[in-house]
Ligand binder design. Structure first.
Ligand code: ZN
Length: 448
């Protein structure tokens, strides 16, 4: 059956994606079918990793794990957790399957400042497309829609993907600096959907679409970083578009979860990956509690990812949703990275993002809080819009003291936002810690 399409890989992909999507749609609303698929996929990937991947062979042998014990996703807790540090310590050969498989390579900046190559199973492209189509369908993106995928590289030519993709949409890749310099380009492109980081979406909303001269998109999708409620509201007000959040990681084969259209949380793509949300004791968190995300990728046989600590903190949701989907509603909201923590002199640890949320409400422009030492902070404000913000310094000091429960030294400065947009792979950080010997120490710039 497949052989007749070998001369046309795009058509081959299109047909395989369509048939996989049909199966995925059926189980999306049937818990028993979904769970059977997930359990089987989990057993397959565990058996493969134990047979072909030296890192997992050694690790599970050391820990005395019996892989025959894995029957359902509930048994996954018997397997050891794997950290980024564990992975970084391994030679590449230990992480790759000894079985020969078609592989795709991706360079990722990761969620910390440690760029590395990610090896993925080539067939994962099909599953990536299915999870893309899943959230497009949820957000009412029609067949044939024009989707702009933004990047931050200046002066790069607009790149059109030929023909309708396997997601039934027309993709156009365009730089945000180009659109800001030439708003008429946005008019010509007539985007139905824009996908980008919160920063990119907000710049477009303020500089390109807020005037009302150019037809705004109907849907904006954040796919890069944490989207806070203030930024979401500003994008929505400036464009009139529905704004949705899709949770993903460049280290994984598929999107992790997508925000339900009813904005009640995120449905996990449970047939392609498993996520666990664990409290600080390593036990499953309860609904309403914060916990760190641990992921098992069911689609990557080239370089398996099993019980991997993703360094993200989320709030666990009640798993049912009024939309009737079987895909579990696991995440109520994404709280940020495990590295978004403020370490204070007296030993307390405070979540930086809650503080930043209140500061953003006051300052009303993008900002980055930098923890220079345990007692000294810098607040960088980026004035991106035509509204020149007068920053009330005394109120900033008060909010910081309230959140931290102690007075600290704080200096406020201003920076040019475009500097953070000139690198294609740059991501905007709202918090940077320079505390040494902690996992959250990152580079000197607001790029991570
Ligand atoms: Zn739902």
């Amino acid at each position: 059956m497949h052989r007749q399409f070998c001369g046309n890989p795009a058509l081959h992909n299109f047909i395989r994606t369509n048939s996989e999507y049909k199966r995925a749609r059926e189980r999306e609303y049937q818990w028993s079918a979904l769970q059977a698929e997930t359990n089987n996929a989990l057993k397959r990937i565990i058996t493969h990793a134990n047979g072909y991947v030296p890192f997992y062979q050694r690790l599970w042998k050391e820990k005395g794990v019996d892989i025959s014990e894995i029957v359902t996703t509930d048994d996954l807790c018997n397997f050891p957790l794997v950290t980024k540090f564990d992975i970084q310590q391994q030679p590449r050969s230990a992480l790759l399957s000894r079985e020969s498989r078609k592989t795709s390579l991706r360079h990722t900046s990761g969620t910390t400042a440690d760029p590395r190559l990610v090896f993925r199973d080539e067939t994962a492209r099909i599953f990536w497309s299915v999870t893309t189509r899943r959230h497009f369908n949820e957000y009412g993106v029609p067949k044939g829609a024009t989707v702009l995928r933004t990047h931050s590289e200046p002066h790069a030519p607009v790149r059109y993907e030929a023909g309708t993709s396997e997601n039934w949409v027309l993709w156009t890749h365009v730089g945000v600096p180009n659109l800001v310099e030439t708003p008429r380009l946005a008019e010509r492109l007539r985007a139905d959907v824009i996908i980008g980081s919160p920063q990119q979406l907000e710049v477009l909303a303020q500089f390109v679409y807020s005037s009302g001269d150019i037809r705004p998109p109907k849907v904006c999708i954040n796919i890069a970083e944490r989207l806070d409620s203030a930024t979401r509201q500003r994008i929505k007000e400036a464009t009139g578009a529905d704004v949705f959040d899709v949770y993903c990681s460049s280290e994984l084969s598929v999107h992790i979860a997508f925000e339900c259209r009813e904005h009640k949380g995120f449905h996990t793509n449970w047939d392609y990956l498993i996520i666990e949300v664990l409290n600080p004791n390593g036990e499953p968190a309860n609904p309403g509690e914060h916990g760190e995300v641990v992921v098992t990728d069911l689609c990557n046989y080239v370089s398996p990812v099993i019980r991997y600590r993703l360094d993200d903190i989320v709030t666990l949701a009640d798993s049912t949703c009024s939309c009737g989907r079987a895909l579990p509603l696991q995440i109520l909201h994404i709280d940020g990275r495990a590295t978004d923590q403020i370490y204070l002199q007296d030993g307390r640890v405070v979540n930086a993002l809650h503080l930043i949320k209140d500061l953003q409400a006051l300052v009303s422009c993008p900002l980055t809080l930098v923890q220079e030492t345990r007692e000294y902070f810098t607040l960088k404000c980026y004035e991106i819009s035509t509204r020149r913000t007068t920053v009330p310094i005394n109120k900033i000091d008060k909010i910081v003291s309230q959140h931290l429960g102690v007075r600290v030294k704080l200096s406020t400065c201003f920076d040019e936002l475009p500097a953070t947009l000139h690198n294609e792979t740059s991501k905007f950080c709202s918090f940077i810690s320079r505390i040494p010997n902690e996992e959250n120490a990152v580079s000197d710039t607001a790029i991570c």
